[in-house]
Design a protein around this ligand. Structure first.
Ligand code: MF3
Ligand code: CO
Ligand code: CO
Length: 275
């Protein structure tokens, strides 16, 4: 089936941090689950020699066949379903006529729309056997996300999330990218607030039950600086160091969080094959 820009409606952000109720949690649960299932579906297809355009097609068909919409397609002129960011690509890598190579680490980021709700998640995949330094970076990135998520509870602040991530990542002699952040999510794809992956404890808005947002740290082995290539999308590390990212969409509950985009397989960090 061919989708056009007219098939997708965009709500815009208002600047307020929305508080959601039980029915909204149910909406996000469905969207998040489908997004996670899409990333699960791709696992066996991430192999040396596979064209990234093929992975994009698989993701699009998977989503559309289930009656959902790919949120990135036609979003701000983007013409693909997923972003595929390899090695020193930080985020927003464009799938196309290029193949995966043995030893690559790639982030695949997908956002689906189910009944108007956006499920936004990304993971790291290893292509064949992956060198130790790349595996170490991926471990640091998942641990950073895990610690950021663990900081979320009513009464804590957005700064506490960023601080938890930054403190750990920098203790591992890696760096947190500053130029991209997480975001409120729900009926709006990129809603308020910006969710920074660095910060001071106690700074920023106070977390309240019913807030929906993503946490999606990008971690570099070298310096945090990035540049965007001439295609207008692909962000790469300035120093060409390896970069990794992982993302969940979550809701704040009375005593912590619900991870909407958790894999139904129960796996938080997919294993990479050692070289
Ligand atoms: N899914 C990305 C995020 O985490 C956004 C990608 S926008 C696109 O916010 F247009 F590049 F797809
Ligand atoms: Co996101
Ligand atoms: Co995303």
């Amino acid at each position: 089936m061919t989708l056009t820009a007219d098939d997708i409606e965009f709500e815009t952000r208002t600047g307020e941090i929305k508080l959601h109720g039980a029915a909204d949690f149910e909406g996000m649960r469905k969207a998040g689950r489908l997004a996670a299932e899409c990333l699960d579906m791709l696992i066996p297809h991430v192999q040396p020699g596979v064209m990234t355009s093929h992975l994009d097609n698989l993701a699009r068909d998977f989503i559309v066949e289930r009656g959902a919409l790919p949120a990135c397609l036609f979003y701000k002129g983007y013409t693909h379903t997923v972003c595929i960011s390899r090695n020193h690509v930080v985020c927003h890598g464009i799938p196309g006529d290029w193949a995966l190579r043995e030893g690559d680490i790639v982030n695949i980021d997908v956002t689906v729309i189910v009944d108007g709700w956006h499920g936004d998640t990304s993971r790291m995949y290893g292509v064949g056997k992956v060198p130790a330094r790349a595996r170490r970076l991926v471990d640091i990135t998942y641990k950073g996300l895990e610690l950021g998520l663990a900081a979320i509870k009513p009464g804590a602040t957005f700064g506490d999330i960023g601080h938890a991530i930054q403190k750990y990542v920098e203790s591992q002699r890696a760096s947190v990218v500053r130029d991209f952040c997480g975001h409120g999510v729900g009926k709006v794809f990129h809603d308020s607030p910006n969710v920074l992956h660095f910060g001071r404890p106690g700074s920023g808005p106070v977390l309240q039950p019913g807030m929906f947002f993503t946490v999606e740290p990008m971690v570099n082995l070298g310096k945090p600086h990035v540049k965007v290539l001439n295609d207008g999308w692909t962000a790469v590390t300035r120093d060409k160091s390896l970069s990794a990212q992982c993302e969940h969409s979550i809701g704040v509950t009375e005593n912590g969080i619900e991870i909407f985009t958790a894999s139904p397989t129960g796996l938080f960090q997919p294993p990479l094959q050692a070289d």
